[in-house]
Write a protein that binds this ligand. Sequence first.
Ligand code: ZN
Length: 304
Amino acid sequence: MSSVTEPTRFGGIEAGGTHTVCVVGSGPADVAGRLEFDTTTPQATIQSAVRFFAEGAGAGHRIAALGLGWFGPLEIRKDHSRYGVVGRTPKPGWEGADVVGPFRDALGVPVALDTDVGAAALAEGEWGAAQGLASHVYLTVGTGIGGGAVVDGSVFHGLGHPEMGHLPVVRADGDDFTGVCPFHRACLEGMASGPAIDGRWGQPAEDLGPEEAAAAAELVTSYLAQGLRAVTYILAPRRIVVGGGVARLPGFLSSLRRHFAGSLAGYPGLPEHADEEFVSAVRLGDMAGPLGALVLARRALGQC
Ligand code: ZN
């Protein structure tokens, strides 16, 4: 018999608009099982995840708690009657779906909930590009644009969660693109997300040729810099970590830093804002969300 004690393992789910990732583990160095599948209907998506955890990730791993990093909008106020319910979303079938109750009922463990970006922000703070910082912001630029803010070590919530992707932006000179946000048209997400690139150039960011990719990076980062400025002035984060598919455009990060510096225009003049690290690339990649969900699970069990 082995005398090695198994670490306490948790379950984590990142449910995004297109993919859902489930993990069992305790951190980046201990992921004992992983399953990825398409996010389809609420019932099918939740059933696939429940089965994975109920079967112990295929290898008998029991979980002590489950963390959910779910796409929004979501009701995350614990004392609210609609806690865990998905809000107004264009994603078919999801509006009004309860994403907490079914897991609690089926698995019988504590279940913690935050947004997918809130979870990713936690993970980047715990193990990634914002490690050791008490306050930072994580921003993802892909199919949508979303941000999570960690303030004094906790994901910031108020009346709902932040919606950084829907900040207003000032239209660039000569840009007559309508914008793709179904609610605001030309908000940050409407002008700088993956679908906005697709709408302008007729193909996804990853398929653009070198010249078009450079033009796309230049344009979207000029809009994103406006968002970074708003976030910086409102929340005063110690760092902003940026990820997502659009952030993989060549030259994206250097262009974003340049536009961000231009947008601040020297105010308030903190040298830290000019430091390259202030606007950092994600370090955990696609695992930020699932790993952040493990942090949520651990905290649900009171093991901070
Ligand atoms: Zn919008």
